[in-house]
Design a protein around this ligand. Structure first.
Ligand code: PGA
Length: 249
C-alpha cells in the first residue's frame, strides 16, 4: 500500500508570521494516515521545521542547485536547504522550467544531488495545452520521466515522488478530469515499469497537481494510480489545507 502524500507549494508567498499562524491552525489536523507537508520559500524553511518538529509533516524547499558549492550567485545547494531544516524538495516545477529555462538535464542532476544528500525529491512533469491538443501529452511525459531518471538506481527511485502537473491546469482553476489524471498516472507507472521493474513501479508515489482544492481532492485521491497531490493556491489557506489533508474523512 502506498501512503497518501499531500504537499502544499506556497511558491513566492508567505511571511514568518504567516507560517507560524498557519501551523498553529493546522496542527491538530496533521495525522498519520497521510504524509503532509509544505514547500515554502527558503526564508521560511527553518521556522517551518521548528514549528512542526516531531510531527508527521514534511518540510520542503521549492528548488535547489545540483552542485555542492561554488560560484553560483543566488543559489542554494542540497546541504544548505537540509541545514535549514528541509527534508523534501520540489524539482523541475513547470514554473522553473518555463521562467528559468530549467532543462531535463538539470532536473536529472538535481535529483541525483538530492538523493545523494538524503533529501526526497518531488519530481514534476507536465505537458502544455498545445501539446495535449496535439495528442503529444503521453510522449512528452514519458520523455520527461526517462530523462529525469537517467543513471538513478531502483533503490533510489522508490524514495522519490513524481508529481504529474499538466501546465494548463496550474493556477487556472481548470483541473484535468480525474480520468485523464488517472490515465497519465498509469502511463507514468508503466514508464517506470519499463525502465525498472513491476515492483519498483508499484512502490513509487505519484501525485496529481493543478487546481486541486477541497471540492475535488476526494475524487482525485480515489484514483488507483494517484497517491497524492501537489497543491498551490489551495494550500495557502489553513482551512482549505486541513480539508485536503483530511480528505479521507
Ligand atoms: P495550483 O498549483 O494548485 O495553484 O494549480 C499547483 C502547483 O503549481 O504545484
Amino acid at each position: 500500500m502506498r501512503k497518501p502524500v499531500i504537499i502544499g507549494n506556497w511558491k513566492m508567498n508567505g511571511s514568518i508570521d504567516d507560517i507560524k499562524t498557519f501551523i498553529k491552525n493546522i496542527k491538530p489536523s496533521i495525522n498519520n494516515e497521510v504524509d503532509s507537508g509544505l514547500a515554502v520559500p527558503y526564508t521560511l524553511i527553518s521556522t517551518l521545521a521548528k514549528e512542526t518538529e516531531k510531527l508527521n509533516f514534511k518540510v520542503g524547499a521549492q528548488n535547489m542547485h545540483f552542485d555542492e558549492l561554488g560560484a553560483y550567485t543566488g543559489e542554494l545547494s542540497a546541504k544548505m536547504i537540509i541545514e535549514a531544516g528541509a527534508d523534501i524538495v520540489i524539482i523541475g516545477h513547470s514554473e522553473r522550467r518555463m521562467y528559468y529555462n530549467e532543462t531535463d538535464a538539470a532536473v536529472n542532476l538535481k535529483i541525483k544531488s538530492a538523493l545523494k544528500n538524503n533529501i526526497i525529491p518531488i519530481i514534476c512533469c507536465g505537458e502544455s495545452l498545445e501539446e495535449r491538443e496535439n495528442f503529444q501529452a503521453e510522449k512528452i511525459i514519458e520523455n520527461q520521466i526517462k530523462a529525469a531518471f537517467v543513471g538513478i538506481s531502483k533503490e533510489n527511485l522508490s524514495k522519490t515522488i513524481i508529481a504529474y502537473e499538466p501546465i494548463w491546469a496550474i493556477g487556472t482553476g481548470k483541473t484535468a478530469s480525474t480520468e485523464d489524471a488517472e490515465a497519465m498516472a498509469m502511463h507514468i507507472r508503466n514508464t517506470i515499469k519499463s525502465l525498472y521493474d513491476v515492483e519498483t513501479s508499484e512502490k513509487i508515489r505519484i501525485q496529481y497537481g493543478g487546481s486541486v482544492k477541497p471540492s475535488n481532492i476526494k475524487d482525485i485521491m480515489s484514483m488507483p494510480n494517484i497517491d497524492g497531490a501537489l497543491v498551490g493556491g489551495a494550500s495557502l489557506k489553513a482551512e482549505d489545507f486541513i480539508k485536503l489533508i483530511k480528505f479521507f474523512e
